[in-house]
Design a protein around this ligand. Structure first.
Ligand SMILES: Cc1cc2nc3c(=O)[nH]c(=O)nc-3n(C[C@H](O)[C@H](O)[C@H](O)COP(=O)(O)OP(=O)(O)OC[C@H]3O[C@@H](n4cnc5c(N)ncnc54)[C@H](O)[C@@H]3O)c2cc1C
Length: 414
């Protein structure tokens, strides 16, 4: 594929943009692949890219029932940070954050990574102590993250009301190199780069069954016919349980809707990401000027990909306490995505009881930030049969009691 560059833009400008190629190929499925990846979200596409780039495995298909990036990858609020509490989480999230820094150059696709800084407010004594513990753990792990005082918070973000009516701001955990990226571009960039390396990205191809013989995977049934493969990766976020059911095993995962909304666009007023966990809401400002606002997950299992008035009300109420100015804003639109929650709020990157079937899921409300690291580790696991970074996230941990507890450490995990 031709590289994107300033020269290419100038060249196309001079000939009325008639020479642009398709961003990625759209092939018919072959009858057999070495590896099939189910789900063209960020994690599936990154896995395909790193399989080809890091391990030379290019006979790979990514099968997507809808359009690529149409799942949670295109529905999230794009927060990227790596200041998690446990060592194994910090390792994979920091790998991902580091890869995000150069991802536009790596993929030759502008993913608009913006390391604008992520601030997690402490609004109770308990939260203050929890963040201090995380800051110490991060320092030990070599991750840049620090505690900041209310005075410093007022300098970093003047629009925060630090003397809130219910919960004054007592301090915060600040990661200066955290930030945001354009979510669709991450999917598109990986798709284009993987396609360039020979991976088949096939949209409108739903997997409806998994062929298994003597405990070993043989291939998949799809809406476009059967396809054989010796290795099949399930990377479908909120549908992990559905695919596991097709393979005959169960997962310790619950699927629930998580919601977000954006306001009308306004002039720049917030140049960082702020997460207010105690009142439960978080906010950043997009390049278009909209305030991007995230709410909580539903308290009951469901597969609805849409918003609800109840969540809008509780999220806006929470943020109005923290940012008085947003009470004057009109909201433009709301939406939901189905997230896959594990009990310890950490992901699963693992082999499964079926030989040749791998799973990458359980990222819950916080898997956008991990896409490059997750794809890197998953590709290693699929190519070599084991991977140091993926190792702690195996399915066995639930049977062996090796939980990676991030639930209390990150009340709003995004
Ligand atoms: C409202 C909201 C806000 C969020 N905010 C953040 C945030 O700020 N930061 C953060 O880090 N994370 C956030 N997340 C979480 C993050 O979006 C997800 O963890 C991440 O995008 C999961 O990516 P994925 O590639 O695993 O899944 P997805 O992007 O959902 O991709 C899975 C794909 O599998 C496809 N699929 C399903 N079944 C089949 C089948 N049978 N056959 C073929 N294809 C199939 C789906 O169509 C889908 O495209 C948020 C999520 C939501 C919903």
């Amino acid at each position: 594929m031709r590289r994107y560059s300033a020269f290419a833009v100038a060249r196309e400008a001079s000939r009325y943009h008639t020479g642009w190629e398709r961003a990625w190929a759209s092939p018919e499925p072959k009858s057999e692949y070495e590896v099939i990846i189910i789900g063209a979200g960020g994690h599936g596409l990154a896995t395909a890219y790193y399989l080809a780039r890091n391990h030379g495995i290019r006979n790979v298909a990514v099968l997507e029932k809808g359009w690529l990036g149409g799942g949670n990858t295109g529905r999230n609020t794009t927060i990227i940070r790596s200041n998690y509490l446990q060592d194994s989480s910090a390792t994979i999230f920091e790998l991902a954050r580091g890869l995000y820094e150069d991802l536009s150059q790596e993929l030759n696709f502008n993913i608009m990574f913006s390391p604008r800084g992520v601030l997690m407010l402490a609004q109770t004594e308990h939260e203050l102590r929890a963040w201090k513990r995380t800051a110490h753990a991060n320092r030990m792990a070599g991750i840049e993250s620090e505690m900041v005082t209310p005075e410093r918070i007022r300098q970093i973000c003047p629009i925060i009301n630090t003397k809130g009516p219910r919960y004054p701001v007592l301090g915060g955990l600040w990661q200066a190199r955290g930030g945001t990226a354009r979510h669709d571009a991450v999917a598109w960039g990986y798709a284009r780069a993987a396609s360039d390396l020979g991976v088949d990205v096939i949209q409108k191809c739903e997997v409806t069954g998994v062929d298994i013989s003597n405990g070993k995977v043989m291939g998949v049934q799809t809406t476009r016919g059967p396809i054989k493969a010796g290795k099949v990766c399930i990377v479908v976020a909120g549908h992990s349980g559905v695919l596991a059911d097709m393979c005959g095993f169960r997962l310790p995962i619950e699927s629930v809707a998580l919601q977000a909304l954006v306001s009308e666009p306004i002039k720049p007023c917030l140049d960082i990401v702020v997460m207010a966990n105690t009142v439960h809401g978080y906010m950043s400002q997009s390049d278009k000027g909209e305030m991007v606002i995230g709410g909580g997950a539903d308290g009951f299992n469901n597969y609805t990909q849409r918003g609800s008035w109840q969540h809008v009300e509780e999220t806006i109420r929470a943020l109005c306490e923290t940012f008085l100015m947003i009470s004057r804003l009109k909201m433009l639109r709301q939406w939901g995505g189905i997230v896959d929650m594990t009990g310890d709020r950490s992901p699963i990157i693992s082999k499964t009881p079926v030989e040749g079937v791998f799973i990458n899921g359980g990222w819950g409300t916080g898997g956008f930030k991990s896409i490059p690291g997750s794809g890197w580790a998953m590709a290693g696991l699929v190519a070599k049969g084991e991977d140091d970074i993926a190792g702690p996230f195996s399915l066995n941990r639930f049977a062996e009691g090796r939980m990676i507890d991030e639930s209390v450490a990150a009340a709003v995990a995004h």
